[in-house]
Design a protein around this ligand. Structure first.
Ligand code: KIV
Ligand code: NA
Length: 276
């Protein structure tokens, strides 16, 4: 199968074809999502919350995210794989941003990187794309700045609309090949999507984006408890896994697992090809 490229994702926009993106942080989900037709996979810094158990995305490091990204790339044949640049690995300027992006390209062999921010990181996006590395932008609610934004809030309402439009244009002009819009009103998304030549990828941004992205543990129901309004659960993996684990425990405790078919016999096997 042929690897999906940025040009394919952009051609889809021109043809009016939508595409789906999911996060992935390991080889099994990566292979399953790739086979299911997920066009792009994001090794998000949301691995901080969803794999490593941190309370936000801020603590995760480049060294923690690179091995996860490598496992996703290695397990896919078609999907375009993007890794997030973690908080603190690109804010200092274009030199730091390019150095981090190059590490992801060389050590994880991802196909592009994503970073958060609009006008304020345009120089970083420019430097990375000039080096031949595809960049996905990310504006609206940007989790790495949750403390500055005052928590998980919709962005781009009212007079903030001008700011988000300026951010979208800055990201596109700096050379990004696609742009994530997170927690942006549907009407604002619609204008950005029609004004930009690059695909928009929505999460909590309504139906008018060119593509959609969700965190896989949210979409497949592995995460329980509070879920943001923009999540739809396509399965209940928490229930499936919880019940299977409880059945295993019960069978071990009852002595019904392992059974005979799971047990090796003491007979010496005949070497292959030799008539017994
Ligand atoms: O890290 C992540 O999962 C993301 C998506 C939610 C866009 O950045
Ligand atoms: Na992220």
């Amino acid at each position: 199968p042929k690897r999906i490229r940025t040009l394919d994702l952009q051609a889809a926009k021109r043809r009016g074809e939508r595409w789906a993106m999911l996060t992935s942080y390991d080889q099994y989900t990566a292979a399953l999502f790739d086979a299911a037709g997920v066009k792009a996979l994001l090794v998000g810094d949301s691995a901080a919350n969803n794999v490593l158990g941190y309370e936000s995305t801020l603590p995760i490091t480049v060294d923690e995210l690179i091995p996860l990204a490598r496992s996703v790339v290695g397990a896919t044949q078609r999907a375009f794989v993007v890794a997030d640049l973690p908080f603190g690995s690109y804010e200092e300027g274009p030199t730091q941003a390019l150095r981090t992006a190059v590490r992801f390209m060389k050590e994880a062999r991802v196909h592009g990187v994503k970073l958060e921010g609009g006008v304020r990181v345009a120089d970083q996006i420019h430097a990375i794309t000039q080096a031949g590395i595809p960049v996905m932008g990310h504006i609206g609610f940007t989790p790495q700045s949750e403390h500055a934004l005052g928590g998980y809030k919709v962005q781009g309402r009212g007079s903030d609309r001008d700011k988000i439009m300026a951010d979208a244009k800055a990201v596109a002009e700096a050379g990004a090949f696609a742009l994530v819009l997170e927690m942006v009103p549907g009407a604002v998304t619609k204008v950005i999507t029609s004004e930009l030549h690059i695909p928009t990828v929505g999460i909590g941004a309504g139906p008018d984006c060119d593509a959609q992205v969700l965190v896989w543990q949210d979409a497949l129901g592995l995460r329980t408890g509070y879920l943001p309004r923009f999540v739809k659960q396509y399965a209940n993996l928490a229930e499936v896994i919880g019940e299977a684990a409880a059945t295993y425990v019960a069978e071990v405790e009852a002595g019904t697992f392992p059974a005979e078919q799971h047990t090796f016999s003491a007979e010496v096997p005949h070497p292959p090809g030799q008539v017994p």
